[in-house]
Ligand binder design. Sequence first.
Ligand code: HEM
Length: 502
Amino acid sequence: MFEELLQAPALASWLGLLAGLLAVYLLYSSWTFQDEQKRPPGPRPLPLLGNLHQLDLQRLDNSLFKLSKRYGPVFTVYLGLKKVVVLAGCKTVRQALINHAEEFGEREINPLFHDSAKGHGITFSNGDSWKEMRRFTLTTLRDFGMGKRLSEEKITDECHYLIDEFEKHKGKAFYNKTIISYATSNIISAIMFGKRFDFKDAVLRHMVKNDQEITRLAGSASMVIYNAFPKLGPCLKNWRDIMKNMENTKQHLLHLINKLRETFNPDICRCFVDAFCTRKLSLEESDAHEVHYHNDNLVYSVINLFIAGTDTTSTTLRWSLLLMAKYPQIQDRVQEELSRVVGDRQITMEDRRNLPYIDAVIHETQRFANIVPLSVTRSTSRDVTFQGYFIEKGTTVLPLLTSVLYDESEWETPNTFNPSHFLDEEGKFIKRDAFLPFSAGRRACLGEGLARMELFLFFTHLLQRFRFTPAPGMSEDQLDFTPVVGFTLSPLPHQLCALSRH
Ligand code: HEM
């Protein structure tokens, strides 16, 4: 009879359900019970949902920052079934990323990151392939002048193109988002492909549009859901859109790479793509057993650099102009310093050390704008005991940059735009430990040197030439700092006037 009962479909389903509930219960109790012992604490998760119901997915960084005040600088949250250890506050983030660089130095390859690069390239790869691509890219960027005269010349040229575009508006209000992205995208193109594009070029326009879409969609709430429940991907419009945009970007970049290959001459290195092909060739000729210089690594490294290098820098520049329009007294001081130190002559990188106030304004813009609030998630490379908590190998780790750039114990006025954060009493520029917009450690931003050069040169060239004000009829108070949340935090669409100073 017992056997008969077991064969009855209704009972079998009940037993299945019971087994399922038992599994969920065991998982749930292991989350809560074990974590209280020695794992980082955190809010109690619900089965399947984890803590998703307690988080504002539109501003995940702010929600996590709030939780850090309750659970401390190292705590656990569950995004669905995925366990994430959050690191909060300057001291903790630095201690993990710098003092435990190896343990916290892997990239988490979540479903979205996997879709984006299939483990190739720089940003979403690990192991020897990542090491080789990162090393090669850094050397090549330096060869092409990152932080040196060569890129200074390229950026300065691009500044003049941008100024010409701003001038065309003759002081009338305009949206500056797209044109600034064209300019920053051209800097990456010059390094990647050895050429800049005319601002009217259809390829440039398409690539920048795709890039803006990818950055917007990658930070959307549906991507948090997708990473927690990857099977839902095809049902999510944002996921389908992001895949489409990535494929478009890939096709455009592949086309450019293939055109360079047609005219490739190993004796003349024109750009990053040539440098990659030359390295591949020389390794093949020397019979070295080299497995990393393949097409996928080339294509995905180019995609990574293009996407990471365009939107980040242009978004920061847009914040800087918006902040100048909002705080005319700060803009006065910037322009007074520029007029006194540089006057009307050509600005160079050399000038930076004599422009401490401007340097402070640019740093404070990066702090205040906090454009990559969640950094790019990491993963532990091995078991680690950190601040007394056990974190096992392969755990997703989120270094919360918001909590560093707005750390109340580090900044005198964290919620106010205040360039004095970077100035001593004599008005000299000072470095601050909690200035980590590029993150830190072995996976820290690879383009920091280039980005810092771009920010300085674009900002000073524009401020030398123009006075930035809100659109007519709008007061400074009406300029809104609420960010648009994507993978980066960018200003809401807004118009500014660029009034010629000459
Ligand atoms: C204001 C501009 C920029 C900001 C705020 C910024 C910020 C960041 C941040 C927070 C990360 C994550 C680092 C980590 O995991 O610890 C990152 C990674 C990265 N950035 Fe940037 N970035 C900027 C500009 C650039 C530029 C211009 C390039 C290209 C030349 C670039 C290329 C990269 C790459 C390739 C990575 C991945 C590094 C790796 O995984 O090894 N970034 N960036």
